[in-house]
Design a protein around this ligand. Structure first.
Ligand SMILES: [Fe+2]
Length: 284
């Protein structure tokens, strides 16, 4: 997933950070790492390095905790063009990835309405109480992907997807994903501050849009090891006991990293299959 993100034909853009920009709502800022000036002056195939450190954005008013664990956020009947976004969470100059990173995503529907916070009477045909919201983890390779629909416009803002990234080490970053060519980006205070987050979409034969975005850090975080259910740094019989306790007691809190650690086969379910695989790992 590494490499260069090309912005062919993009007009000259100069983005100053700070000044009058309303950044006070940013919960976690890597502002020092934001490119002070991003220049792409109309020359074809100039590129922005995909290994630039990722940047934060406003949290916005529509975040809620405890979104369901899933990476398909839109039901099959949801209005709007299907969209799949994938990428990696990387560190150490993009040489290493961070497995087990928790990613939360929320967005407006095709009509620009947020479920839970608003009455989205024109969308959500499947009556999903957490429509277009979800929580998932990077896999053993530090990769993620999620499926949704292209969000609509609201209140003059460009299309955007909210994302909250929680590293196992405790670092939390709120940010947003934008889309190249959006007519409202230029007038938006936040869109375009970091061109790495204004992604290019391609379209599949079936009409599904595809986008890619890596999240890049400069931190020491080896990530999590699936199977280490009790999070003691080792995989042994105690982890089997922990998973059995989860299943029997049904007390597993699926909203934190313990879910990832116990979901050994990474199928978004903690059950006997995870124990079977864990046993095979332990006995070699
Ligand atoms: Fe929003």
């Amino acid at each position: 997933m590494n490499g260069k993100l090309i912005f062919p034909g993009l007009i000259c853009v100069s983005v100053g950070i700070g000044g009058s920009q309303p950044i006070s709502q940013i919960e976690f800022s890597q502002q020092d790492n934001i490119q002070n000036t991003i220049m792409n002056c109309g020359t074809e195939n100039q590129s922005t390095s995909r290994c630039d450190l990722s940047t934060s954005d406003i949290l916005g008013p529509y975040y809620i905790q405890d979104a369901p664990i899933r990476n398909v956020l839109a039901g099959p009947n949801e209005q709007g063009q299907r969209l799949i976004i994938s990428g990696d969470v990387l560190t150490n100059g993009c040489a290493d990835s961070i497995p087990g990173t928790m990613i939360e995503v929320w967005q407006a529907d095709d009509a620009g309405c947020y479920s839970v916070n608003q009455d989205c009477s024109n969308g959500n045909p499947d009556f999903d109480p957490s429509n277009l919201r979800g929580k998932f983890f990077t896999d053993n390779s530090g990769s993620y992907n999620f499926e949704t629909v292209l969000p609509g416009f609201y209140e003059g803002r460009p299309r955007h997807i909210h994302i909250r990234i929680s590293l196992p080490s405790g670092i939390i970053m709120n940010s947003q994903i934008y889309f190249e060519g959006d007519p409202f980006c230029e007038s938006d205070p936040w869109c375009g501050q970091d061109l790495n987050r204004v992604i290019i979409l391609s379209e599949n034969d079936d009409g599904t849009l595809l986008g890619s975005l890596d999240w890049v850090y400069n931190t020491q975080d080896p990530g999590l090891l699936t199977g280490d259910a009790n999070w003691d740094g080792e995989i042994n019989v105690l982890d089997i006991v922990t998973i059995i306790n989860y299943i029997v007691s049904e007390e597993l809190n699926p909203t934190d990293f313990s879910f990832y650690l116990a979901d050994v086969n990474q199928d978004y379910s903690i059950d006997v299959l995870d124990i079977v695989i864990l046993v095979s790992i332990i006995i070699g």
